[in-house]
Design a protein around this ligand. Structure first.
Ligand SMILES: [Cu+2]
Length: 156
């Protein structure tokens, strides 16, 4: 009688104990790895672009629109504004024309866009701003420069 009761108790108690252990153990095991693991990749991912940005070459894009006898930086109202870049920057200037025929020229860097009209595709020139100073940019079409179509490229 005594052994049979014990066996019955054991046969009930063993799976019970196992399931209790399982229930007791799973929440902390599942919870602990979940929280730190997603957080780590998120922390390391923003670091990667940050370390690339201070690299040697920065490309500065300047989008200009020519209209009448003025250049404008896209989205700004100032006519023939100072264009400020940093020494060593690779500068990409894109000129689009909304009236007349124009180009964008800087003699000191020996750069010039194509002469384009309002029906032409925009024209892009790229140069490295390797000298510090103030340089005149201008339109070389006709007498546009004499009529005030120029401004200052500032390399800091
Ligand atoms: Cu012009």
């Amino acid at each position: 009688m005594g052994k049979k009761v014990m066996n019955r108790l054991l046969s009930v108690a063993a799976p019970l104990a196992a399931s209790l252990l399982f229930v007791a153990c799973t929440p902390p095991e599942a919870g602990d790895p979940d929280t730190p693991q997603p957080a780590d990749p998120e922390l390391t991912q923003p670091d990667a672009p940050d370390t690339e940005q201070p690299g040697d070459q920065t490309t500065t894009q300047i989008n200009l629109t020519a209209e009448g006898r003025d250049f404008f930086i896209d989205g700004e109202d100032e006519a023939n504004p100072d264009l400020v870049v940093q020494q060593g920057d690779t500068v990409e200037v894109t000129l689009c024309v909304t009236g007349g025929n124009h180009d964008w020229v800087v003699d000191e860097f020996a750069i010039a866009t194509e002469q384009i009209g309002e029906d032409s595709p925009c024209s892009t020139v790229e140069f490295v701003a390797d000298q510090v100073g103030e340089f005149e940019y201008y339109c070389s079409v006709g007498n546009h420069r004499e009529q005030g179509m120029y401004g200052t490229l500032v390399v800091e």
